[in-house]
Design a protein around this ligand. Structure first.
Ligand SMILES: Cc1cc2nc3c(=O)[nH]c(=O)nc-3n(C[C@H](O)[C@H](O)[C@H](O)COP(=O)(O)OP(=O)(O)OC[C@H]3O[C@@H](n4cnc5c(N)ncnc54)[C@H](O)[C@@H]3O)c2cc1C
Ligand code: FES
Length: 387
């Protein structure tokens, strides 16, 4: 049963819909994007919850009440001061939109990383962080179906957590299979919670796949090895009838793409989110070309990128993005994903045109208003950027 008004929501009446709290974003065109600035604010860390030896969940509370509006599977950009520098990284919201008072992110420590070790070692209850978003359309809400298969590995389990929790809260966990791959049983994030949900919800099946035993622990008796076609076909015999969501590290994403193709799963039913930019398979991104007042390019030379407010200019050779040009000109622009996804680097294009290969981080009306994403844009002739 869906509470979505059918004039704005095109799911068939027979499809179980995800009912969400009031005033959640409605479909905009053929994409689902939250209202602009829905979460753009500081949030207060309320709790830290250790999840595994290298994963911690941070429970965040908005400072502006009533502003938590997102879809399961969406992510936010965290903006944190690390030793005087502002660092921005994307994190999927691991809590469900059905619990609209607090938001959680579940962060794996990346050794030598700029932000995740800082969050693990220094972010404490009472601290404040900047949160922007939500972004992304890796959401069951954008792909209504009767049966789902949620595939993940490592920290890629976070969209599945939000999704399963939301569906359980709404009594819509009717036919979902979660298949999660981890190195060892000690790396299974929220394993007990998902197992408990599967016990009380016959419509949820959870399959854990571990490569190795945990050191100094009893041998793993569940599925062992890496995800392959044999394992997946035996665990999910009706895979071709499911809407499939995959999230994990680059190697896993590539292998899973191949496995799904081997099992003849319709690629139109397969949706991916990678936490590593540059690893996104699937359809070729849209080419968006911005047209503004054209500045005549200087003869044969590499295009020049001029930063209007700082007054600096730099040559931008073939293949260099506007974001890289900005860095080389000493005009640091905020950035996070580096792949046209999160919208962090959004800037104004004052003159000239760019070729922009984005992945949903900018909306058509923003492009129409002269905005672009420098991280995934190359200049087509000389340009002037509002920075
Ligand atoms: C849409 C999106 C959602 C995300 N959601 C989550 C989430 O829910 N939980 C989570 O823990 N992370 C998530 N990430 C990854 C997160 O944004 C950061 O990339 C990650 O925390 C590392 O940041 P860092 O500053 O510590 O490391 P960085 O300083 O950015 O990187 C340090 C080194 O680690 C490598 N690296 C970066 N990320 C990874 C990774 N995930 N695995 C292995 N090596 C890596 C980099 O290539 C680099 O060599 C998400 C990323 C995206 C784009
Ligand atoms: S840095 Fe994410 S869209 Fe540019």
């Amino acid at each position: 049963m869906s509470e979505w008004p059918h004039d704005t929501w095109s799911q068939p009446a027979t499809t179980p819909g995800l009912r969400l709290v009031p005033d959640l974003p409605r479909p905009v065109g053929d994409r689902f994007l939250a209202p602009e600035s829905a979460l753009d604010q500081e949030m207060v860390v309320r709790r830290r919850v250790p999840v595994t030896h290298d994963v911690v969940t941070f429970v965040l509370e908005p400072t502006i009440p009533g502003t938590l509006s997102f879809l399961p599977g969406q992510f936010v950009t965290l903006v944190v001061d690390v030793d005087g520098s502002s660092v921005e990284r994307c994190y999927t919201i691991s809590s469900p939109p059905t619990r609209p008072h607090l938001l959680t992110i579940t962060v794996k420590r990346i050794k030598g990383g700029a932000l995740s070790p800082h969050l693990h070692d220094r972010l404490s209850p009472g601290d404040r962080v900047g949160v922007r978003g939500p972004c992304g359309d890796f959401s069951i809400a954008a792909h209504p179906a009767n049966r789902y298969l949620l595939l993940s590995a490592g920290s890629g389990i976070t969209p599945s957590l939000s999704t399963v929790r939301a569906m359980a809260d709404l009594a819509e966990l009717d036919d979902v299979v979660v298949v999660h791959s981890a190195r060892t049983p000690a790396d299974l994030a929220c394993g007990n919670e998902l197992d408990a949900l599967a016990t009380t919800h016959p419509g949820l099946r959870v399959v854990w796949v571990c490569e190795n035993d945990s050191p100094a622990s009893v041998p793993w008796t569940g599925q062992r090895g890496r995800l392959d076609a044999r394992l997946l076909a035996s665990q999910v015999p009706d895979i071709a009838e499911r809407e499939v969501f995959t999230c994990g590290p680059p190697g896993y994403m590539a292998a899973t793409r191949q496995v799904l193709a081997e099992l003849h799963v319709d690629s139109g039913r397969c949706h991916e989110e990678s936490f590593t930019i540059g690893d996104r398979g699937g359809p070729t991104p849209d080419l968006a070309v911005l047209l503004t007042e054209v500045v005549e390019p200087t003869e044969e030379a590499a295009p020049t990128v001029t930063f209007g407010r700082s007054g600096r200019s730099v040559a931008c050779p073939l293949g260099m993005t506007v974001l890289e040009a900005a860095t080389s000109a000493g005009v640091p622009l905020p950035s996070s994903c580096g792949g046209g996804l999160c919208g962090t680097c959004k800037s104004g294009l004052l003159a000239g045109r760019v070729a922009m290969f984005h992945q949903g981080g900018i909306r058509p009306r923003e492009i129409a208003a002269g905005k672009f994403l420098p991280c995934c844009s190359t200049p087509d002739g000389d340009i002037v950027v509002d920075a």
